[in-house]
Design a protein around this ligand. Structure first.
Ligand code: SF4
Ligand code: SF4
Length: 697
């Protein structure tokens, strides 16, 4: 199984800026799909900071690796909820772990990187964003908030290692100084960038189903008091209670095949318990001058009734449309109790069709995971900008100059919200006049503006929840069709070349390999006296204008590209797989694949095809082809006439031909992928330092 291996900052930066210059794209997201900012003010206030949009990726597959975070940001995410970390950072996650065939399930319940790796990935992402700004690529992108996420119990969160992780994000001076030295020579002008060092001072607390309410409260109090963070507690959909969850899922939405284990309700916190600790934690935060809020919602634990995940997984986590309904009901119920006293952030089945609605309820931020994994007219991260474009349209339609004024106007409750405020007559008429004439509501309301916004949030919540409950888009019947399969099977080369596998990969592991159409002649070298004769062994036809490659270090075999690929066989399992290091390649003997290393000026390519290993060494003058039972020097233009060396019998040249084809494609000067970036970084490093240490080693 391939494992996530962070890409060094030097390689990430080399690739990012090469790709922007050569392809007008970043990590395969075209510049045209970036969210370049809007004339309308979309900013929100969050824990004493400003975020330039209310959108962000939810803690999950889009916020684990540095390149994912940069992609989320380029797509418009300005509140980055970093992937949740915990003390157990060496767990083996079952694969595949993401099932987006219909509504969305996962068993990706923990981080895959170590705490130290996670910390460095988040700092690297922040630095890459600062570099993009400093280089003039993203000057209008505004402010971004990084929100850390920790789990899952008090002992783990209090541990020295998790505390060091949090401290590292609160003051990353030392890490930034170390990484600054890794900025490649080609980007030396960016080494003096004034990088942020306080990466985050907010946290969203994620707890497992079954975490006792006393423990949730103790963790949040610890984070507020002892760590000094603003805290948001993510709550579980089981809070609605067994009867309502079952009625909504089975009767109203028609998801009769979903079953929530009884234990999930028995062990999770009840409303009474939650209202108790929310009130106490709010008071504690206030006394400390910090912020406290809640998030709806965590995913929902359900029995695994499908065969997508390994059979070892008896339960899985539900996301997508049904979770949206449950999470919004929770928002409604929470606000019935607390009004607008506490900030509420939201995640659950958000897409381009309901993002603006969630913003209109004053939910901040509105974060997304499942929808960013999907394919369509806009695929993967590119869907992010659509949320914001739609939001701007909705704001313009009601004449809202900013998010708070949008909240007041979005649902036609501006007057009703105002009527409930008991303002002095003069202020009331100023507000009414501003409403009637499309004036500035903030200026008209003065000190009363915040209460007006709060009143509108509550009325909007009631209206939206009512409307949502009868909206067929959340029902099983509308979400029952998996992506279409054509009945054909993937092979190493050629496929439908639809490219769907590229944007749906949250880690940008899949990429285009430019290989000219043609036929690859296969042959065997057969010992013939003192020399060799060539024996034809068929051809491999390459009929498509390009091929697909997979970067193993960024592939955790989550399975998402398999779901959206129209062919069977899974791109990540069928297409040429390139490892970032020989060590990783050697550690994954069950997978065919390739890796490179430099031996002075000689480039050695290791390959495994059909389980058999071979290597090809090339310098300016010669080619050495080695494998099980042979070791030859030859000119590939005339192997039979030039081969010298030893062999135990006939030598199959198929691996040599395939490896040469792939080497040329993946390292071509105009190729943009992690391997070519590593090659380029190696070359510039060699030029700058006599003792350069290549990544590919
Ligand atoms: S290549 Fe496919 S399986 Fe691998 S991480 Fe990307 S989407 Fe998941
Ligand atoms: S591997 Fe599948 S998804 Fe990727 S380009 Fe080929 S057919 Fe399309």
């Amino acid at each position: 199984m391939t494992e996530l291996t962070p890409v060094p900052l030097a390689v990430l930066a080399t690739r990012l800026f090469r790709e922007l210059a050569q392809k007008k794209a970043a990590f395969d997201l075209p510049v045209a799909r970036f969210f370049q900012g809007a004339a309308t003010d979309l900013s929100i206030a969050l824990h004493g900071q400003r975020a330039s949009t209310p959108f962000g990726p939810a803690a999950g597959p889009h916020t684990q690796l540095a390149q994912n975070i940069v992609l989320s940001w380029l797509a418009g995410g300005r509140v980055i909820e970093l992937k949740t970390v915990q003390i157990k950072d060496d767990l083996v996650i079952p694969r595949p772990c993401i099932d987006m065939q219909t509504i969305g399930f996962n068993v990706e319940w923990s981080q895959e990187l170590t705490l130290a790796q996670s910390l460095e990935e988040y700092v690297k992402a922040s630095m890459l964003i600062d570099m993009l700004k400093a280089a003039g690529w993203a000057t209008s992108y505004g402010d971004t908030v990084f929100d850390m996420s920790v789990g899952y119990d008090l002992a783990g969160i209090r541990s020295a290692r998790v505390r060091a992780f949090m401290a590292g994000l609160m003051d990353a001076t030392a890490i930034v100084a170390r990484l600054r030295d890794q900025i490649p020579a080609s980007l030396a002008h960016l080494r003096d960038t004034p990088f942020a060092t306080r990466i985050s001072d907010t946290v969203t607390l994620s707890t497992f189903h079954g975490c006792p309410p006393q423990e949730i409260e103790a963790i949040a109090a610890f984070l507020l008091q002892e760590v000094g963070l603003h805290v948001v507690v993510k709550l579980n959909p089981t809070l609605l209670g067994r009867a309502q969850v079952t009625e909504i899922l089975h009767e109203r939405l028609g998801y009769r095949d979903l079953n929530v284990p009884a234990a999930a309700f028995d062990k999770d916190a009840t409303w009474e318990q939650v209202t108790g600790f929310v009130g106490r934690l709010g008071a504690l935060a206030q006394s400390l001058g910090r912020n406290f809020g809640v998030k709806f919602s965590n995913t929902l634990l359900v029995d695994n009734h499908k065969s997508f995940f390994p059979s070892s997984e008896k339960q899985m986590y539900l996301s997508g449309p049904p979770l949206h309904v449950l999470a919004m009901l929770l928002v409604g119920r929470f606000r019935q109790i607390f009004g607008d006293r506490f900030p509420v952030s939201f995640s659950g089945g958000i897409d381009a069709g309901n993002f603006a609605d969630a913003v209109a309820l004053g939910l901040q931020p509105v974060s997304v995971c499942s929808d960013l994994l999907k394919s369509g007219a806009y695929s993967g991260y590119a869907r992010g900008a659509r949320y914001l474009v739609n939001l701007v349209k909705r704001m313009k339609a009601v004449g809202a100059a900013d998010i708070d004024q949008f909240v007041i106007k979005a649902y036609g409750h501006a007057q009703a919200a105002l009527d409930g405020l008991a303002l002095p007559a003069e202020r009331m008429s100023a507000c009414r006049a501003a409403l009637a004439q499309g004036g500035d509501l903030r200026a008209a309301a003065g000190d009363a503006f915040a209460t007006w916004v709060s009143a509108a949030r509550l009325l909007n919540t009631e209206s939206y929840v009512e409307r949502m409950l009868v909206d067929p888009r959340y029902a099983a019947a509308h979400n029952a069709t998996p992506p279409k399969k054509m009945g054909t099977r993937l092979t190493l080369f050629d496929c439908l070349t639809c490219d769907k596998c590229i944007p749906v990969c949250p880690n940008d592991a899949n990429f285009v390999l430019t290989i000219p159409k043609g036929q690859l002649e296969m042959e065997r070298l057969v010992p013939n006296g003192a020399g060799w004769r060539s024996e034809k062994a068929g051809v491999i036809a390459l009929d498509k204008p390009w091929q697909i490659g997979v970067f193993a270090d960024a592939c955790n075999e989550c399975g998402n590209c398999d779901v959206f690929c129209p062919e069977d066989g899974a791109p990540y399992l069928s297409k040429p797989l390139f490892f970032g290091s020989v060590a990783a390649w050697a550690d994954t003997p069950e997978r065919d694949g390739f890796a490179f290393e430099w031996l002075g000026k000689t480039l050695r390519m290791h390959g495994r095809l059909n389980g058999r290993t071979a290597s090809v060494e090339r310098d300016d003058h010669s080619l050495r082809y080695r494998g099980e039972g042979f070791d030859l020097h030859l000119d590939p233009a005339d192997p039979a006439g030039t081969a010298k060396g030893r062999s135990d019998g006939p030598v199959d040249l198929t691996p040599l031909r395939i490896m040469e084809l792939l080497r040329i494609a993946v390292t071509a000067p105009d190729a943009v992928n992690f391997i070519s970036a590593a090659m380029a970084e190696h070359a510039t490093n060699q030029a700058e330092k006599a003792e350069a240490k290549p990544w590919l080693s």
